[in-house]
Design a protein around this ligand. Structure first.
Ligand code: UDP
Length: 250
């Protein structure tokens, strides 16, 4: 099912954003494309869009009940979400509970090391520059955020991590790390935007000890492991089992 959307506003690697019937609303289509290593590696996975959309919808609704401001309005079809229109802040805020991925490539920290408190890394979102990791001073120099907005984003990110870490733990998933994006709505308020899905989180199955078999996220694609859709499907099944059916917003 496709909502009655307006023209295409923006197309990214994993989503398309369309205008909706009123100015401050958009429809987001979750695509089946998967990309990794700054889009050097690409593939299509039939049904991935639906899985990510439905997982994200459940997680945004849960976060909303915890008082986290988000762009989410509701689902608008299997792979469609209705959201508030935001001006995207070009930053990727990564929270790490366990060392993996780029952290282990760029530092001597060994994969699997527990990071407590969680490590918060901020990257500049720019494909051409390869999404560079920012220092405190570079972030300040870029002038993208006021000191208050910066602190608000960090507080929201840490609250999201505290909540999601324990939520996933209850459904036998380990939240290794994840990426958040933020936007500014018409009123000037900062809200959580984008998606929270196995494309943007590392999730390990607590019920499995084998280090490859337990991976339920996009690392399956990055590492050429099979059964990506089965893994995402398992995440959706467990998430849906622990939350209400996402509201429809057409
Ligand atoms: N991530 C993402 N988009 C990006 C970069 C990272 O969603 O453009 C997510 C990634 O899936 C992981 C976390 O952020 O859950 C940390 O990624 P990392 O910096 O380790 O980079 P990677 O190893 O994914 O290249």
């Amino acid at each position: 099912m496709t909502p009655n959307h307006g023209s295409l506003l923006y197309e990214g690697k994993a989503k398309r954003v369309f205008l909706a019937e009123h100015e401050q609303k958009v429809f987001i289509e979750f695509k089946n494309s998967a990309t990794a290593f700054n889009a050097v590696k690409k593939a299509e996975f039939e049904d991935k869009g639906r899985l990510n959309c439905q997982i994200s919808a459940c997680l945004f609704e849960l976060l909303e009940t915890k008082g986290i401001p988000t762009h989410y309005l509701g689902v608008a079809g299997d792979s469609w979400m209705a959201a508030r229109k935001v001006e995207v802040i070009p930053l990727e805020v990564v929270l790490r509970n366990i060392a993996a991925g780029s952290l282990c490539k760029e530092t001597p920290i060994i994969k699997g090391t527990e990071l407590s408190p969680a490590l918060l890394d901020i990257y500049y979102k720019d494909d051409q520059l390869g999404d560079p990791l920012l220092t405190e001073l570079r972030l300040e120099r870029l002038g993208l955020l006021t000191a208050q907005q910066r602190s608000e984003i960090e507080t929201i990110a840490k609250n999201v991590n505290n909540f999601l870490k324990s939520f996933f733990n209850q459904i036998d998933l380990i939240l290794v790390d994840f990426k958040l994006e933020f936007g500014i709505i018409n009123s000037g308020e900062i809200v959580l935007a984008d998606e929270i899905s196995p494309d943007t989180c590392r999730l390990w199955d607590k019920r499995i000890s084998d280090p490859k078999a337990r991976i339920l996220d996009k690392d399956r694609f990055r590492q050429d492991l099979d059964n990506l859709l089965e893994a995402y499907g398992e995440v959706l099944k467990r998430v849906q089992g622990a939350c209400a059916k996402p509201r429809n917003c057409l």
